[in-house]
Ligand binder design. Structure first.
Ligand SMILES: Cc1ncc(COP(=O)(O)O)c(C=O)c1O
Length: 428
């Protein structure tokens, strides 16, 4: 039995995993092309003399390429995934006093986007086997004020869209897929982000495609697309004078530099997704043989799972090591990992203290004060996920089969050494 690196032994990993982001001369050239073109933004007004005419917009090119890749009619690029959520919801008519059902195990933006447009997030627990919103609990969360549902395809794994859509249609609710983790993901022969009424993606630095920041909305509805575009462009209307504003919008535009990088990133998406999926499935098989490790269930409808994060649950009692000790040991073995969210969203001070408006007003006139503390009872699976999850960065799946085999070796090594932890508690 070899000694754990945490206790002075030799780490399992002797070489680094692939770095993220991946880039090459195509990003470099694309950035220089935009730089020299003088067209640094996607608007049609030129602030320079361009003898050859205005260069074609990289943002427009990226919007159509990304939409085509996913089989959607319209793509509306914007500043971030958060911005995309706000815009897509507002353009769907969601506003003050409306309720939007969201999972509690997700990044803040899924719930802050409704809040930022005056609506109230209502948390619905997750399925412990997938970490996605549990359709069996959805109907209990619907009230007369419910306007929309935001299922998150967490880590890129498809939420159960068949059941979610059936419930949404029955109650006449708008479904906005949060596909921030799900670039290129496919379930039931459809790309995620195109199954609901609209879908949003993020291009923030950690995501499977990135320009540092950025987002996009996909929709097949021409009217929704037009209103989204207007909100991204300060409430303007295509074809109307520049200084005419029709609705209260934002400046949420993506720059030409970001779009140029994203076009290059998109050209690698298929290959990188295949690599991560092969490695992710292989690692699932290896880890399913280790006692106390519970890999997430991949539904049979899923044909492309991009493994934005490689996640498993650690049953500490069955494995024999507390999670904090496990994470510390795994890191020392050279595996980039964390415990993910330390609490479900509603446990954040912002929710518990109702800190939504600077003047102390409740969320909305109709909803009044919401006791977010009461969700602790309603969402036991999200609470458990925060205590049990182990996240491994997606770059660790971007290499060779031997690389993910090292992850399994490191985990088995911790298991073999489990008795060594009896006397120690590694601080967080
Ligand atoms: C599930 C989810 N939704 C939305 C977002 C928001 O994206 P952005 O960071 O681009 O605003 C993120 C980003 O981390 C996310 O993880």
């Amino acid at each position: 039995m070899s000694k754990l690196a945490l206790f002075g032994g030799i780490p399992t990993r002797q070489k680094p995993f692939p770095n993220w982001p991946v880039f090459d001369s195509s990003e470099e050239q694309a950035l220089l092309d935009v730089l020299h073109s003088g067209r640094w933004w996607s608007g049609t007004q030129a602030y320079h003399d361009s003898p050859g005419g205005l260069h074609p917009s990289k943002v427009a090119e990226f919007e159509s390429k990304f939409a085509e890749y996913h089989g959607a009619k319209f793509g509306l690029a914007c500043a971030s995934g958060t911005a995309a959520l706000e815009v897509a919801l507002k353009a769907a008519g969601v506003g003050p006093g409306d309720e939007v059902i969201v999972p509690p195990y997700t990044f803040l933006a899924t719930a802050s986007a409704p809040l930022l447009i005056g609506a109230v997030p209502v948390f619905c627990d997750i399925d412990p086997d997938t970490f996605n919103i549990d359709p069996a609990r959805l109907e209990a969360a619907i009230t007369t004020r419910t306007k929309a549902i935001i299922p998150v395809h967490f880590a890129g794994l498809a939420a159960d869209m068949d059941r979610i859509m059936a419930i949404a249609r029955k109650h006449n609710l708008f479904v906005l897929e949060d596909a921030a983790h799900a670039h290129g993901a496919v379930s039931s022969a459809k790309h995620l982000g195109t199954v609901g009424d609209a879908g949003v993606f993020s291009f923030q630095a950690s995501k499977n495609m990135t320009a540092g920041e950025g987002g996009i909305i996909l929709t097949n509805n021409a009217e929704h697309a037009e209103i989204c575009n207007s909100y991204i462009w300060a409430g303007r209307k295509v074809g109307r004078p520049w200084y005419e504003h029709y609705r209260l919008g934002w400046n949420y535009r993506l720059t030409e530099f970001q779009a140029a990088i994203l076009i290059a990133q998109l050209s690698r998406l298929r290959e990188q997704t295949t690599t991560r999926m092969q490695n992710g499935i292989h690692l699932n098989t290896l880890l399913s043989q280790v006692s106390g490790i519970r890999t997430l269930a991949v539904p049979s409808s899923v044909t492309v799972h991009p493994f934005h994060i490689y996640i498993f649950r650690l049953d500490s009692a069955a494995f024999g090591v507390e999670r904090n000790n496990f994470l510390a040991a795994l890191l020392q073995e050279g595996i980039p990992c964390s415990g993910g969210y330390s609490q479900p969203l509603y446990q954040n001070p912002m929710f518990l203290e109702n800190k939504f408006h600077s003047n102390g007003q409740p969320i909305s006139a109709s909803a009044g004060w919401v006791d977010f503390g009461s969700y602790q009872e309603l969402c036991p699976n999200a609470e458990k996920a925060c205590n049990e999850a182990v996240w491994i960065e997606h770059r660790a799946l971007l290499g060779k089969t031997e690389d993910v085999e090292d992850i399994a070796i490191a985990i088995r090594k911790i298991h073999e050494n489990r008795h060594e932890f009896r006397a120690v508690t590694v601080s967080e």
